[in-house]
Design a protein around this ligand. Structure first.
Ligand code: NI
Length: 256
């Protein structure tokens, strides 16, 4: 069985000592397509190294993470994103969006950077990968301005309610479902079966948000299978059916 992890920080410092073994475990578990979001320019070389090591399996995104949108540097970082997009082939623009959990003071420039990067995605005909933490209204405000047939992608680590899920889908976005769906108080498991499976993709967001029974520990892409198992029980489908449909959904978004 083959699985797709649509959001995994494979270059994280947390994998420094055992990256090869971690990748090996992913492959052994059938996790053969891995999509790697960008954070800022300081990680880009590590991302290219990964792509060189695993050219068939690893697919890179380019973008500036909302938590790294800082007044002193964000314009240079956005210019960097634009230059890299001209030089290399990417699967998406991400992760981009708004984060009101860590720093509310940068809301205006976070939204500005988000909107500019959506426009870059449109220019390059690429999907977007959205990071949204405590910021549904702020994210939807930008999406409302940029909505259209040329806007598409994934709402990464979706953690909202049913209404917010439907709204995200109305903007041509698939919902990235990860470890949170296995948490006792995660809430997403309560309603997600009301969302047709063609709108769902799997992700880990490793090294963060490990699914049960590894909650609180380091996450890794091999665990995407645990997310798929949970969805199989929620939707009353076989693991193979979840794998097939979510792979297809990821392929529709990324084109690979
Ligand atoms: Ni992430």
């Amino acid at each position: 069985m083959i699985f797709t992890d649509t959001h995994t920080h494979l270059y994280s410092e947390e994998f420094e000592s055992d990256q090869a073994e971690m990748m090996q475990r992913a492959m052994e578990n059938g996790v053969q397509k891995l999509f790697v979001p960008s954070i800022d320019s300081s990680y880009t070389e590590k991302m290219y190294d990964l792509k060189n090591k695993y050219p068939e399996n690893v697919h890179l995104m380019m973008g500036l993470h909302p938590c790294y949108v800082k007044p002193e540097t964000y314009l240079d970082e956005l210019a960097f994103v634009e230059r890299e997009l001209e030089k290399h082939k990417f699967a998406a623009i991400g992760e981009i969006g708004v984060d009101m959990y860590w720093d509310k003071s940068t809301l205006a420039i976070q939204q500005e950077a988000f909107q500019k990067q959506i426009q870059l995605a449109k220019k390059h005909k690429l999907p977007i990968n959205i990071h949204c933490r405590d910021a549904f209204d702020e994210v939807f405000e930008v999406l409302e301005k940029e909505k259209g047939d040329d806007l598409f992608g994934i709402f990464h680590c979706f953690s909202g309610n049913l209404e917010q899920a439907q709204k995200a889908i109305s903007y041509n976005l698939k919902l990235g479902i990860g470890g949170v769906v296995t948490f006792k108080n995660g809430k997403v498991d309560q309603f997600i079966n009301q969302i047709p499976l063609e709108h769902i993709v799997l992700e880990t967001d490793s090294p963060y948000l490990a699914p049960a029974p590894y909650r609180g520990k380091r996450n890794e892409s091999a665990y995407v299978v645990l997310v798929a198992e949970k969805l199989a029980s929620i939707y009353g489908l076989s693991l193979a059916e979840i794998a097939t449909q979510t792979n297809k959904n990821a392929q529709v978004v990324f084109g690979v």
